[in-house]
Design a protein around this ligand. Structure first.
Ligand code: ADP
Length: 185
């Protein structure tokens, strides 16, 4: 299966994408993890994006798309994948369609939770970009840049909405169950 996970920061996309990718036996491709890897290794890309990510802004589309498409071209992605954190803008979604073909994606899983749950989770995990101002900025950027993708994929008929509230295990079961229903349909 070829899936992407959409949802606001703090909704548990990364956690669920990791668990569902294991359950389905597909690759988990997280642009956030890839950027964090570049930053911890001090690569030129890592140095370039460090301050952008600390502010909670989006890395420019061209840098993000190039990094993601390189990863998709690697053999690990051949048996399917979950894209976690990509696309995050309409131009990124367009670039993805162009690269893999609009009919290739099986589903866009949209995880949902109220803002107070999101902020609480981000403050609790304490990642270095989880300062209060960055978190607030990421929620604004999400609404402006990323939320429109839900309508974009909804029009294509591939949106699967799942509640991101509750226990981690329960949410994984919800997602896997919703995807199984899709395969039978
Ligand atoms: P979260 O889900 O909490 O926002 P991520 O790990 O997905 O965390 O992303 C961390 C940061 O990496 C983002 O705030 C953004 O700066 C950058 N980033 C990740 N994916 C993208 C993307 N597709 N486009 C632009 N920036 C991105």
């Amino acid at each position: 299966m070829r899936l992407l996970f959409l949802g606001p920061p703090g909704v548990g996309k990364g956690t669920q994408a990791a668990r569902v990718s294991t359950a389905l036996g597909v690759a988990h491709i997280s642009t956030g993890d890839m950027f964090r890897h570049h930053m911890s290794e001090g690569t030129p890309l890592g140095l370039r994006v460090k301050e952008i990510i600390a502010r909670g802004d989006l890395v420019p589309d061209n840098l993000t798309t190039e990094m993601l498409l390189e990863r998709l071209a690697q053999p690990g992605a051949a048996n399917g994948y979950i894209l976690d954190g990509f696309p995050r803008t309409l131009p990124q979604a367009g670039a993805l369609d162009e690269a893999i073909g609009a009919a290739t994606l099986d589903a866009a899983v949209v995880l949902e939770a109220p803002d107070e749950v999101l902020v609480g989770r981000m403050m609790a995990r304490g990642r270095s970009d989880d300062t209060e101002s960055s978190v607030r900025n990421r929620l604004v950027v999400y609404e402006r840049e990323t939320a429109p993708l839900i309508a974009f994929y909804h029009d294509r008929g591939i949106v699967v909405k799942v509640s991101g509230k509750g226990r981690i295990e329960t949410i994984t079961e919800r997602i896997v169950g919703a995807l199984a229903g899709l395969r039978r349909a």
